[in-house]
Design a protein around this ligand. Structure first.
Ligand SMILES: NC(=O)C1=CN([C@@H]2O[C@H](COP(=O)(O)OP(=O)(O)OC[C@H]3O[C@@H](n4cnc5c(N)ncnc54)[C@H](OP(=O)(O)O)[C@@H]3O)[C@@H](O)[C@H]2O)C=CC1
Ligand SMILES: O=CC(=O)O
Length: 338
């Protein structure tokens, strides 16, 4: 991505802080003066900072937007995130400054649930480890039980967070793999209304019960002050010995040192992780090389179809909100609605 600006003093300005497909960029350029600059790239930092003072709209993802940045952007009206998660944004500061936040719920739900289920399969059946066994030339005779995995079908799945992605994951597990599902969320979902196909197949339970009864626990809830560090020494200790932990939410909901201890002590048989406290995962993180960790580079929604749909929705959101109309992906809730 190159830093680009198309200057004209009369037009309203938009700052694109992450790559946007050409078609979406063209839609923005048709109406606005557009600067493309990702502040995570050293070569773009100056352009990003130079664009803030006149920007009325911003669109992008994977960049923590700070109050200091908002201080530099007195004309900012809308931020359109190319993500469903909004943990990169200072929600209270946006609210107090009257800046609209948009995100992309829904369009990535099924793809992300696919990824989380793939991590469940990979961790339980040791797919990455065994594929490497073949690739590295170790398959000289039939494998013995030291390389056997664990069944997924019929096992109890615990889901932390039972919104769009949690329910899509539950459908895969309950309807496809005959798995009883226990879920933890602050509110019980009206399954008959919201997901009738899951009636009788999912149960709302307190966190402790989900952790102590599930064979596999998968996290798909937002990162908020209440969920930061939710999985720690004490909560991992409540899990069944030999259980599997999957994180498809955000890295910071997990105390990674406690996760490593749970793996090394045998409390956990394996972990499948799409997200990490620091991304990209640092080269010296023990999670990179751990034999019982399947680590993915935050690819929950990373298919061609879904990333295009997210970029298109985020662009529509930005254009509508800047035009004073109601965007479909308006982020309306605060971080802690209860
Ligand atoms: N790995 C990846 O690439 C991706 C990760 N994600 C992550 O997944 C998250 C969920 O997305 P989505 O399903 O669309 O979101 P939803 O808002 O539809 O669902 C969130 C769920 O989490 C529950 N929840 C919220 N706060 C708490 C809490 N403190 N304790 C327990 N449960 C809580 C909510 O229920 P209630 O409010 O009743 O508690 C709800 O069931 C995103 O915020 C994002 O962080 C999303 C897409 C891709
Ligand atoms: O992590 C991805 C998101 O959309 O949130």
């Amino acid at each position: 991505m190159s830093v680009s600006a198309f200057a004209s003093p009369q037009r309203r300005r938009v700052l694109v802080f992450r790559e946007l497909p050409a078609q979406q960029l063209a839609l923005l350029q048709a109406q606005y003066e557009v600067t493309v600059a990702n502040p995570r790239l050293p070569a773009h930092q100056a352009a990003f900072e130079a664009a803030l003072p006149l920007a009325e709209g911003m669109i992008g993802s994977s960049v923590p937007i700070t109050e200091a940045m908002l201080d530099q952007a007195p004309h900012l009206k809308v931020i359109s995130s190319i993500s469903v998660g909004v943990d990169n944004y200072p929600l209270a500061a946006l609210r107090s400054r009257g800046i609209t936040l948009c995100h992309t719920p829904g369009v990535l739900t099924e793809t992300t649930a696919d990824t989380v289920f793939a991590l469940i399969m990979a961790s339980s059946r040791r797919l990455v480890e065994l594929a490497l066994h073949v690739r590295e030339g170790h398959w000289q005779r039939n494998i013995d039980e030291s390389l056997f995995g664990r069944d997924v079908h019929g096992k109890t799945l615990g889901i932390l967070g039972f919104g769009r992605i949690g329910q899509a994951l539950a459908r895969r597990a309950a309807l496809g793999f005959n798995m009883p599902v226990l879920y933890h969320a602050r509110r019980e979902v009206d399954v008959a209304q919201q997901a009738p196909e899951l009636l009788g197949r999912v149960q709302h339970r307190p966190l402790d019960e989900v952790l102590s009864q599930a064979d596999i626990v998968a996290a798909v809830l937002p990162l908020t002050p209440a969920t930061r560090g939710l999985m720690n020494e004490a909560t991992f200790a409540r899990m069944k010995p030999g259980a599997i932990f999957i994180n498809g939410a955000r890295g910071a909901i997990v105390d990674e040192a406690a996760l490593l201890r749970a793996l090394d002590s045998g409390t956990l048989a394996a972990a499948g992780l799409d997200v990490f406290a620091t991304e990209p995962l640092p080269m010296d993180s023990p999670l990179r090389q751990h034999p019982r960790v399947t680590a993915l580079p935050h690819i929950g929604s990373a298919t061609h179809e879904t990333r295009e749909a997210m970029a298109a929705m985020a662009t529509r959101n930005l254009l509508k909100a800047l035009a004073g109309e109601a965007p479909e992906g308006l982020y309306a809730e605060g971080p802690e609605p209860l």
